[in-house]
Design a protein around this ligand. Sequence first.
Ligand SMILES: [Zn+2]
Length: 464
Amino acid sequence: MEKKYYITTSIAYVNSTPHIGYALECVQADAIARYHRDLLNKDVFFLTGTDEHGSKIERAATTVGKSTHTFVAENAARFAALHDAFNLSTDYFIRTSADPIHRANVLEIWNKLLANDDLYKKTYSGLYCVGHEAFVTEKDLDENGNCRDHKRPPEKLSEENWFFRLTKYQDQLVSLIEKDIIKIHPVGRKKEILNFLYDGLTDVSFSRPKTSLSWGIEVPGDASQVIYVWCDALVNYLYKKDFWPADLHVIGKDILRFHAVYWPAILLSAGLALPKELFVHGHITVNGEKMSKSIGNTVDPFELVQKFGTDPVRYFFLRENSPFEDGDYSEGKFLTRYEADLVSGIGNLFARVNRLKDLLSITTPVTESSTETIKILEEKESAYHAAFSRYELHEALGSVLELIRYADKRLSEDKPWETKDPSAVKDALFLLSHIARLLLPFLPETSKKIQSGETPHLFPRLSI
Ligand SMILES: [Zn+2]
């Protein structure tokens, strides 16, 4: 039987349409999903979707004069369209406000937490930031009394909430993360979350009164309350029950705390298995600046793909930076990468080898190679797998580029067009078939084109 592999992205918040940061996360997760499916032959389930909970969404819908239902459905459709635009191999797209399986899972988890005496009701007074969808403290405010992240003042709120006994799981969480039973990549993020845990936890609000939040799942047995975002959104990961526990949650650094603390605590309380690893990616800026609607530098991921093609944009996302660092997109950086690695690198080798193959009338598929070429392939392929095991996706691509450079160099040195000796061309053909295989998780269309050998030009020169 094939080994199961369960991978998820975070679910996108549908108060607006997709930005390139979320497209980047989907492409990273897709490369990992394809690697496990196509190169390691595992039975993969790749889940993505939308978080449709909360007062922010309700307010955004009111602002544009739409019903919350219509508003979330329209925005969710934009996120679902990333599947085709970026050639994602997603197995299921979950919409938290529209999926009956999700709703049943949330209620089941709530009841398990309640049965375990981990939910209790109390009145809470505090400062509530709508941007955070959470209570904030004085520490989160700047000198003008505005939330540092959302640049607006929090609201004073006093209300009755159900609370989750997060504090009960503090020591267990520390031990699980210290021992890598939940393994956090990169190690810097593991240290960050351990420091947060060492500081001590407080119990967290798990419901809101219906008077402040009418959009959501009602608390079972308490019609005055709606289940709050943590216990709603995070539970989406349980969608594919026969694959649980997840092997990997792909998330951004801004939601690490919810995935490394709240989520495992919920699962411990519910008596369920824990996710094995967290992949915590950095953020992406545009022309060196944080994307924001007010600066007007947001980049529409759909326009990007329309202009440059799916595989080139995937390539830039996956090759330009370590996934764990913050990256930057600019058209200049994109074009430099495109020319150097795709046009002059893989595209040029492919065209060159095909010309030489015709020149020397090599017709049979090449399945063998010289000892030296096999040695190089083994060396680079093992570096490729090692990079994947650390999720350093840019390094895995780097190993493929080294194979391309090696094949090019061999051809230039051996000059088969003069000697008419086909051995270097045969070695290059042999390598190309393996390059296509190793490129599959990153550039699925290009990989297919190399294997079919039908189109001579993989990447056109762009005149911009
Ligand atoms: Zn805030």
